[in-house]
Ligand binder design. Structure first.
Ligand SMILES: Nc1nc2c(c(=O)[nH]1)N[C@H]1C(S)=C(S)[C@@H](COP(=O)(O)OP(=O)(O)OC[C@H]3O[C@@H](n4cnc5c(N)ncnc54)[C@H](O)[C@@H]3O)O[C@H]1N2
Ligand code: MOO
Length: 394
C-alpha cells in the first residue's frame, strides 16, 4: 500500500498527454489549450469611446461654450473627417474616436440645440476614451498552454480574433459498473435485493465536467467471463477505462481479474487513505484503467483525488491544476485521525467550513452536501474550531 502523495506522483510522472487537434472556436468551450494563445490584433484596435455623448478637443472645449456638431461616430462606422476647434462629433459607446478629438463628454452633460451642443460644468475628470491596445496589444499572450477554456477564457480567445484554437484531444472514457445488485434508477424497487446504480452517474458527470467524453458505459454482473469480454470492449473504445466496485478482497471482486487476460499491469493497488483504500490504477493494451471502490462516497472521493489528475495529465495539464490545496479554518471540531490519511467531507455554510455529520463511505444523500474535502494526515490529533486545515473543493 502506498501513500496519497506517492500515488499522485505516479500519475504525474507516468500519464502523458494524448495529443492535440485544431478545433473551431465554437467547438472549443471546455477544452484545454495545447498551445499558448496570442492576440492577432490589439484591443481595442483604435481608440474608442467608453460612453454615449460627444467627441471633442479637450483644449478647445469650455463649459457653456457652444460647439457645432459636424457628424456622428457609431460602433462599426466611424466619423471620416478630422475634428477642428469649435466642433464636436456625436459618438456612441464603442465607436472609434474621430481623428483630432481626444475626449468624450457624456450626453448627460450636453444640451443640444439643432446643430449646436453645450456642456454643463462637471463633465470631468473622466475622458471616457479607451486607447488603442489598452486592453491588450497585438501579439500579447492572452492564455497559456494548459488553460481550460471556461466562459471567461472563451471571451479572451474570441477577442484575440482567432477562428480556431489548438486544444488537447478529448480523452475517451469507458465506464464499467459492476455488481449483481445494481439496477437502473427507476427499476430497483421492482426487484428484491436490488439497489439503484448510482456511482457511474456521478463518475460520468465528473468526466464530462473535466472536458473528457464518456464513449461507453455498461453495468456488468459479477461474472468473470462476461466481465472479461466487457473489459475488452471498453479497452477498444476508450483511452481510459474506469471500473467501479469489485475492488475489495471478496471472492466476487472481479475488477482487477477481468483485465488480467488483457495484460493488466498495475501502477498501484490500494492507497493508504480513508475513504477509498481499494482504489487502483493500471494499464492494459496501452490504455489506462482506473479502479474505484463501489461505495458511492469512496468512489467519488477517489474520483476527485485520482481521476481528475489523470484526466488533467491526459489533456496536458499538471496534476496541480486540479489539486490546489487551500488552507482554511475549520468551523467545527474534527476527531483525531486514525492510521490512514483521511479526507473528511465538508460543506460550506454560514459558519464556514463545516465537516458533515455523516462520514460513512457508503453515504449517498450526504454526498450532495459535500462540496469540500478536508485533508487530515494519518495520526493527526483532534482539531478545534478555528484551526487551519488543508482543503480542496470537491
Ligand atoms: N474484508 C474486507 N472488506 C472490505 C474491505 C477490506 O479491506 N476488507 N474494504 C472495504 C472498503 S474500504 C471498501 S471502499 C469497499 C470497496 O468494495 P468494492 O470496491 O469491492 O465494492 P463493492 O463490494 O462492489 O460495493 C461496495 C458497496 O457499494 C455499493 N455499490 C457498488 N457499486 C455501486 C454502484 N455502481 N452504484 C451504487 N452502489 C454501488 C455496493 O452495493 C456495496 O454496498 O469494500 C469494503 N470491504
Ligand atoms: O475506504 Mo472504503 O473506501 O472506506 O469504504
Amino acid at each position: 500500500m502506498i501513500g496519497f502523495d506517492e500515488a499522485v506522483g505516479l500519475i504525474a510522472e507516468q500519464v502523458l498527454p494524448l495529443g492535440t487537434e485544431q478545433v473551431a472556436l465554437a467547438e472549443a468551450a471546455g477544452r484545454v489549450l495545447a498551445a499558448p494563445l496570442h492576440a492577432r490584433s490589439a484591443a481595442p484596435r483604435v481608440a474608442v469611446s467608453a460612453m454615449d455623448g460627444y467627441a471633442v478637443i479637450d483644449a478647445a472645449t469650455r463649459p457653456g461654450e457652444p460647439l457645432t456638431v459636424v457628424g456622428e461616430s457609431r460602433a462599426g462606422a466611424g466619423y471620416p473627417g478630422i475634428v477642428q476647434p469649435g466642433q464636436a462629433v456625436r459618438i456612441f459607446t464603442g465607436a472609434p474616436l474621430p481623428a483630432g478629438a481626444d475626449r468624450c463628454i457624456m450626453q448627460e452633460y450636453a444640451t443640444r440645440d439643432g446643430e449646436m451642443v453645450r456642456f454643463a460644468e462637471g463633465y470631468g475628470p473622466g475622458w471616457h476614451v479607451r486607447t488603442a491596445g489598452s486592453d491588450f496589444a497585438a501579439g500579447d499572450l492572452l492564455l497559456a498552454a494548459g488553460t481550460r477554456l471556461n466562459s471567461r477564457a472563451m471571451i479572451a480567445a474570441a477577442a484575440a480574433d482567432l477562428a480556431g484554437v489548438t486544444v488537447a484531444r478529448r480523452p475517451r472514457v469507458a465506464i464499467i459498473g459492476t455488481g449483481d445488485e445494481l439496477a437502473p434508477p427507476g427499476e430497483a424497487h421492482l426487484r428484491a435485493d436490488a439497489i439503484p446504480e448510482s456511482v457511474t452517474f456521478g463518475v460520468s458527470a465528473m468526466v464530462a465536467e473535466s472536458g473528457a467524453q464518456v464513449v461507453h458505459r455498461v453495468i456488468g454482473l459479477d461474472d468473470l467471463q462476461a466481465l472479461e469480454t466487457a473489459a475488452g470492449a471498453a479497452l477498444e473504445a476508450a483511452d481510459l477505462v474506469i471500473v467501479t466496485g469489485g475492488a475489495s478482497v471478496g471472492e466476487r471482486d472481479f475488477a482487477k481479474p477481468m483485465f488480467v487476460p488483457h495484460g493488466l499491469d498495475l501502477v498501484f493497488a490500494k492507497v493508504a487513505i480513508k475513504p477509498g483504500k481499494p482504489v487502483w490504477l493500471g494499464r492494459a493494451t496501452g490504455k489506462w484503467v482506473l479502479g474505484l471502490p463501489g461505495n458511492p462516497t469512496s468512489a467519488m472521493v477517489t474520483a476527485r483525488l485520482f481521476l481528475l489528475p489523470l484526466l488533467a495529465r491526459l489533456q496536458g495539464q499538471p496534476v496541480a491544476e486540479v489539486l490546489r490545496w487551500r488552507s482554511l479554518p475549520v468551523a467545527a471540531p474534527i476527531g483525531a485521525t486514525g492510521n490512514r490519511e483521511t479526507f473528511v467531507r465538508a460543506r460550506w455554510d454560514e459558519a464556514g467550513l463545516m465537516p458533515l455529520g455523516n462520514q460513512d463511505s457508503g453515504a449517498q444523500g450526504a454526498l450532495a452536501q459535500a462540496d469540500w474535502l478536508i485533508r487530515c494526515p494519518a495520526g493527526l490529533p483532534a482539531l478545534e474550531t478555528g484551526q487551519p486545515v488543508s482543503t480542496l473543493p470537491f
